[in-house]
Design a protein. Structure first.
Length: 193
């Protein structure tokens, strides 16, 4: 094994957002496409884990090079089932995990995280922890032994994660509800365009 891969979690219901957030526009792309775009330059392969509305997700990722789709049949049981589904596909030494509703993480953030030699690397912006999280693949087996109702945060807290302070507010900007979406669009138009 070598290289780096990415897992994008895109299986949720988007209940608080009021509409399916993976397909919401940001610039000339969808939120999911922007999330993929951020990690494309550092990942040999990106795995998008779908569940709810998986046909729409499949449609979005179908023609994007080095992006694969996998279906989590247990997505209704929560996000950790999608994490477990995604890591079963990992073939590289290291992998990123990010929710698909975080479209504004800078490519430079991924590169700087990869420069850190640790089992788990977590970015921080002004003292607040965000996503993506970078893992070494030898941790996969241990994660897979955890129950479906577990939380990845608990696993991370049981390890010696390394935190890296970065100037990237995008690590904190996700779309949980319409107000968040408005904030993401405003940040995109002001800081990214």
């Amino acid at each position: 094994m070598s290289g780096v891969e990415g897992i994008i979690l895109a299986a949720g219901f988007s209940e608080r957002a009021g509409q399916f957030k993976m397909t919401l526009p940001i610039g000339d792309k969808t939120i999911l496409e922007k999330c993929i775009e951020g990690m494309t330059s550092v990942c040999d392969r990106i795995i998008v884990v779908g569940g709810y509305n998986y046909d729409k997700i499949k449609e979005i990722v179908a023609d994007i090079p080095n992006v694969e789709f996998c279906y989590n049949k247990n997505y209704e049981a929560g996000m950790f089932t999608s994490i477990k589904r995604g890591i079963r596909e990992i073939k590289a030494d290291r992998f990123f995990v990010i929710p698909g509703d975080q479209p504004l993480v800078q490519a430079e953030t991924y590169r700087k995280m990869l420069a850190v030699d640790a089992d788990i690397v977590i970015p921080r912006y002004k003292g607040k922890k965000g996503h993506p999280v970078l893992f070494r693949s030898h941790l996969i087996e241990e994660i897979l032994t955890m129950p479906d109702e577990a939380c990845l945060r608990d696993f991370i807290h049981s390890k010696n994660a390394v935190y890296i302070d970065l100037d990237d507010q995008g690590i904190l900007l996700d779309v949980d509800n319409p107000k968040d979406y408005k904030t993401v669009i405003e940040y995109f138009e002001k800081e990214v365009l």
